[in-house]
Design a protein around this ligand. Sequence first.
Ligand SMILES: *Cc1c(COP(=O)(O)O)cnc(C)c1O
Length: 229
Amino acid sequence: MTIAENFEEIRRRIAEAARRAGRDPDSVRLVAVSKTKPASAIAEARDACGQLIFGENYVQELVPKVKELSSDISWHFIGSLQSNKVRQIAGMVDLIHSVDRISLAREIDRQWGEIGKVCDILVQVNIAQEATKSGTSCEELIDLVREIAQLPNLRIKGLMTMPPFFDDPEAARPYFRRLKELAGEIEGAAIPGVAMQELSMGMSGDFEAAIAEGATLVRVGSALFGSRG
Ligand SMILES: *Cc1c(COP(=O)(O)O)cnc(C)c1O
């Protein structure tokens, strides 16, 4: 399968999953996860498939790709982010999915403030409390959201999660459902400046289950670009 065929197939499955859930297919956006893949693969996805949203995990990979590729691409940062690298990506990305602590939020606020811009972010939640994954706990989430909401150069757009890996995607559904519930609780708290319009959840193996539970952004990598070896 070519990259173009993969995009066609994944987009078809996304639209079908949305319709099955009684949702508008346009309410789910595909973030093409291009980590470890060359800029040429991104250019191919853009030129052959019109894909414009790409997700990257590593600052040292993102920066050269942004320089090499044209500016019509919307870059999302989805990986764990060290505060000392935030400066390098200030203004380069349209959404950071992986904000999980106040120290990181403060640094993003500071760096975006330096360039006179506001950064859209999602708060990452580690629902299963896996030691190997980033994310705040469900218990600490609301306080973290309240703290971040005070920062003038950040805008909270929603939540992100990465459930434990299961062979059966249905097993991930309770985690997706929980993220949606958490978003509802935050919405209920009516914190000024906080919107819960985005739920970033679902990857190659489980994006259909995530869409059934309300995902608005699915982060798909290997199903589009092939395995990362
Ligand atoms: C790599 C990665 C993805 C994509 O995973 P695939 O299984 O290749 O689709 C999604 N989200 C995050 C945070 C990732 O690191």
